[in-house]
Design a binder for this molecule. Structure first.
Ligand SMILES: [Zn+2]
Ligand SMILES: [Zn+2]
Length: 235
């Protein structure tokens, strides 16, 4: 149900990001704190998005609960027919909401998806519009280079968030992922397992740096009734 972004959109995104990097100019020391702050914010966005998607109720009565609790093989003709009946009835955004809930009982499925499928929705809905807005802003105003560099790092961290989440659910990862884990620039599967154990904590999936803050937001949101346990599964 997740889809890769169309190739022209993906190419446009890469070009737009390169243009932003060109606007950022020659690197200086301010790029380093800007990049680290951006890496934190990307983690925070991964956590807050994940928290909202986990707890936002799915549209009831369209068959999502039947799909979610389907007992037989998910490759069977019966299941595929059910899926083809249900999915056209909900919006692309609702499919994403369902994907987050479906991830809990079937976590390895995310790790099996290809890179472009994992990041497709994020590019289309968030990263491409954000990067183009930044292009326009840089054309119109003298934005400081370190700020643009931070925004580019934020865009990259946000774009690949679902890929990073997928790497937490598979054993064979590229060297760069393993190196970034050793440098604490990405979290470990053991740290992410805490989320799957309760679904009530540690929603951030990039570095986990923001999890103390996201956990505080979660406690506030549940105590105020903004988030409700019933949203965790389709009904
Ligand atoms: Zn979750
Ligand atoms: Zn997970």
């Amino acid at each position: 149900m997740m889809k890769a972004a169309p190739l022209p959109a993906t190419i446009l995104f890469v070009l737009s990001l390169a243009l932003n990097l060109w606007f950022a100019g020659v690197p200086d020391w301010r790029w380093i704190p800007a990049a680290l702050a951006a890496w934190y914010i990307a983690d925070l966005l991964s956590g807050v998005t994940h928290m909202i998607m986990d707890y936002r109720p799915c549209t009831p009565g369209v068959g999502l609960a039947e799909m979610f609790h389907y007992e037989g093989s998910r490759e069977s003709a019966d299941y595929l027919a059910l899926r083809d009946r249900v999915l056209p009835r909900i919006s692309p955004f609702e499919r994403l909401v369902y994907d987050f809930k479906n991830h809990h009982p079937r976590p390895e499925a995310l790790g099996r998806r290809s890179f472009l499928v994992q990041i497709g929705s994020t590019i289309l809905f968030v990263s491409l519009p954000f990067s183009i807005l930044l292009n326009l802003l840089c054309f119109a105003l003298p934005v400081p280079g370190w700020l643009i560099a931070g925004a580019v790092v934020l865009t990259i961290g946000g774009t690949v968030a679902q890929y990073f989440h997928g790497t937490l659910h598979r054993a064979d990862n590229p060297w760069i992922v393993r190196a970034m884990r050793r440098l604490r620039l990405l979290m470990t599967p053991e740290a992410h397992a805490l989320h799957h154990a309760t679904l009530r904590q540690d929603f951030a999936t990039n570095t986990g740096w923001s999890n103390p803050l996201v956990n505080a937001i979660f406690r506030l949101a549940t105590s105020r009734g903004w988030l409700n346990e019933e949203g965790l599964e389709p009904r």
